[in-house]
Ligand binder design. Structure first.
Ligand SMILES: *Cc1c(COP(=O)(O)O)cnc(C)c1O
Length: 411
């Protein structure tokens, strides 16, 4: 699959293995449990001596087919799917960290990830938040107990781009696990493996699915990390090919024990959406780039945060790392306009949370997804009360511009 094109790989991935009746899609396997031909057979499958299916909370053929597609998209060695992106993040951290460990995380984070990292502190895992747009802040925060460095690619909502390449080099020698949340870019715009990430997280609910009808998450091992030097791998998972130890532990301690399983019906829905990722993403990014340029000359718009603009602080890095600068942006209107009143004037863009939908969504972030964290943490993240995040969809561009134009005119 790796030597085929991105879309060909996704479309033909299921048929790498024989499918009954010549079916073109991997069927939805609803059975929870799988019979084995012998007593020894079931023992061998349970002990990992033979490949096979046991119980669908930890392994299912339909979900495996989606995992293979994601592995191909990320050019990794293996993946595990979860019921949501948050489940993937939670299960990964809980299964690989223990009390006394230290984590360095970008301060510019998806709100729920921020909330979860705060929870880790209750279990004796310390987290230091840094401005990860500069590797020096990450370096200064690292300690002998630092086990994991976490960042997103393009941050939400103010679109900061972390110093992804330099952080990868920083983590490589001490063998600190480098985890990148690739949700905002998707594997079509960026492969975290190219900056030496050990693990990649994707919320499948966003671009990979695209249609906004299914929740899911995944973790992919890039094959770059030396698990034999990672002390937190438990003795029972230090067997077989060492490149698989990390995911082995995440599948057992993370997926099996938390039970945050992706349902096979949902895996099928996500797999169908993923087929068109490479067609949707350029369309959404092109709309976003045009809108960002248009907003930045509009007299009623004060600020535009979009990494594709020349004035964005990480514009050069964005061009170097990503195929396109993404389809998320935030705007701040001039002070005399109330951002909630502006939203009320929109006729096409939908006032809604979520991102990566084919439809354009607009959200006042301080009042919604970043409300719970409070004004201090919002200020640290650069989020103002008037910040409106736009997740730009694949509508015809002229309709989008006309909608924002009429809404601004009416304010
Ligand atoms: C949405 C999102 C998540 C969480 O994904 P869910 O599938 O909603 O749980 C994690 N990270 C980022 C960057 C996201 O945008």
């Amino acid at each position: 699959m790796t030597n085929r094109g991105f879309t060909t790989g996704i479309l033909h991935s299921d048929r790498q293995n024989a499918i009954e009746h010549g079916s073109l899609h991997k069927p939805i396997h609803t059975s929870i449990a799988y019979g084995q031909p012998s007593g020894q057979g079931i023992a061998d499958v349970f002990q990992g001596k033979q490949a096979g299916f046991t119980y669908s909370r930890q392994v299912n053929p339909t979900v495996n087919a989606l995992e293979d597609k994601i592995t191909g998209m990320e050019q990794g060695i293996a993946s595990i799917c979860f019921s949501t992106g948050m489940a993937a993040i939670t299960a990964t951290m809980l299964s690989l960290l223990k009390s006394g460990d230290h984590v360095v995380s970008s301060t510019y984070l998806f709100g729920n990830t921020n909330s979860f990292l705060m929870t880790l502190a209750n279990f004796g895992i310390e987290v230091t938040f840094v401005d990860a747009t500069d590797v020096n802040h990450v370096r200064e925060a690292c300690r002998p107990t630092t086990r994991l460095v976490f960042t997103e690619t393009i941050a939400n909502p103010c679109t900061q781009v972390s110093d992804l390449d330099a952080i990868g080099q920083l983590c490589a020698e001490p063998n600190v696990l480098y985890v990148i949340d690739n949700t905002m870019t998707s594997p079509y715009l960026f492969h975290p493996k190219t900056v030496k990430a050990g693990l990649v997280i994707n919320s499948l609910s966003k671009y990979i699915c695209g249609h906004g009808n299914a929740l899911g998450g995944s973790i992919t091992d890039c094959g770059t990390f030396d698990w034999t030097r990672f002390d937190n791998i438990l003795p029972q998972y230090r067997s077989g090919d060492p490149s698989r130890w990390g995911l082995q532990q995440i599948r057992k301690k993370g997926l099996r024990d938390t039970g945050a399983t992706l349902a096979p019906h949902v895996a099928h829905t996500i797999a169908t959406g993923a087929e068109t990722l490479a067609l949707r993403m350029p369309a959404a990014c092109a709309n976003a780039a045009k809108l960002a340029a248009w907003f930045s000359t509009h007299p009623k718009v004060n600020k535009v945060y979009y990494p594709g603009l020349a004035q964005h602080p990480q514009n050069a890095r964005t061009k170097q790392l990503f195929r396109y600068p993404g389809a998320i942006m935030s705007i701040e209107l001039i002070e005399t306009i109330d951002c909630l009143a502006f939203l009320d004037k929109l006729r096409l863009a939908i006032i809604s949370t979520n991102l990566g939908d084919n439809r354009t969504l607009a959200l006042p972030v301080a009042q919604t997804i970043y409300h719970e964290m409070g004004p201090e943490r919002r200020a640290e993240m650069g989020i103002g009360d008037a910040t409106v995040r736009l997740s730009v969809g694949i509508e015809d561009y002229s309709d989008l511009e006309a909608d924002f134009q009429q809404a601004l005119d009416a304010c």
